[in-house]
Design a protein around this ligand. Structure first.
Ligand code: NAG
Ligand code: NAG
Ligand code: NAG
Length: 304
């Protein structure tokens, strides 16, 4: 992994999901009320990793997981735009200094797990249509002026250095295509690493079973607290509260199963709290981005 830390301009922007979580990194919560999962069953999941800031002297020390992502081809990972921008904004860490850890059920396992492998980041893109009204496409974060996109168009791509070697623990997932229908009340699953509601400092992959929730109701609930909900988002979880993704799961996969194949339908994007009553989490609709994704990750496969 790269140990050089390039300094890039600090952007003084507040991010809504960060308002309640200013400490770093110990308050990142993960899949809550889920159960442990094996990478061989979900070989597309990756952990986005950085070398953690030492809270005492501000220097970098051990590696830590901060977001999730999904392998979509030999060189590309899909995640949320927020995952790509957040450490640039808060800590001036260039994404080229992170790494992607694939093939692992437990990112902290010693020795590393059988299929586990780390890849440096070669390139990264976030979607910035939200603020700039440009063509529906990705643009390098390097080019962004010091404003952040909101949660709309919350999608990003990471290109790794080298190529993923596919095996039982590492393989790409098919993405929901442009015609995909998000059917309310159908079952889905969300995956993420790390701490859970009950266990602290857990670095094991977890899965939680959810359902796609009623968009109209979710939209109204979030609108009441000032969020703008768009057609590029859907909500999943339970209106009554309970299992869902949480902050450290951002960027990770929400999937549905079709004829034994798992299909990536959403990217964990944001929520008010975690698993709170009336506030299921919102996910980015990957189906809306088929063309943008294909213009970069041209081997990606889609499901309609
Ligand atoms: C980093 O990891 C090593 C080995 O696991 C451990 O001994 C050390 O205390 C850790 N340092 C910090 C700052 O967490
Ligand atoms: C979602 O909730 C709204 C408002 O309660 C309701 O009118 C609508 O029928 C619900 N959608 C489904 C698919 O049940
Ligand atoms: C994908 O893009 C690469 C690099 O531009 C190119 O070499 C390759 O032929 C393309 N593959 C397809 C299926 O279009």
């Amino acid at each position: 992994m790269s140990l050089a830390f390039r300094i890039i301009p600090v952007y003084l922007i507040m991010i809504i999901t960060q308002l309640n979580s200013k400490k770093y990194p110990h308050n990142y919560r993960k899949v809550i009320y889920g159960s442990p999962a094996e990478i061989t069953r979900y070989p597309f999941v990756v952990a986005l990793m950085i070398n953690a800031l030492d809270r005492n002297d501000g220097r970098f020390s051990n590696e830590t997981q901060f977001c999730g992502g999904s392998i979509i081809s030999h060189t590309w990972v899909i995640t949320s735009g927020f995952c790509i921008t957040k450490y640039i904004i808060k800590h001036e860490i260039d994404p080229l200094d992170w790494f992607v850890r694939c093939g692992t059920t437990d990112w902290q396992a010693v020795p590393p797990q059988k299929y586990q492998k780390d890849y440096n980041v070669n390139d990264y893109y976030v979607h910035i249509k939200s603020r700039y009204n440009i063509v529906e496409n990705f643009q390098k974060i390097h080019l962004l002026p010091p404003e952040l996109p909101g949660f709309d168009y919350d999608v990003g791509l990471i290109k790794v250095q080298g190529k993923f070697v596919f095996n039982k623990g590492v393989s790409p997932i098919i993405l929901a295509g442009i015609k995909f229908r998000y059917v309310e009340y159908t079952r889905c699953g969300v995956l993420g690493y790390g701490r859970t509601a009950t266990k602290k400092d857990n670095s094991h992959l977890h899965v939680a079973k959810l359902k796609i929730e009623n968009y109209t109701v979710c939209k109204e609930m979030y609108r009441n607290i000032g969020y703008t909900i768009t057609e590029r988002m859907f909500c999943a979880g339970f209106l009554e509260g309970g299992p869902n993704s949480c902050e450290g799961d951002t960027g990770g996969p929400l999937f549905q199963k079709f004829r034994e194949a798992l299909v990536l339908i959403g990217i964990a994007s944001f929520s008010k709290g975690c698993g709170q009553e009336n506030f299921p989490a919102f996910y980015t609709k990957v189906s809306k981005f088929q063309d943008s994704i294909l213009s970069y990750a041209n081997e990606t496969r889609f499901y309609d």
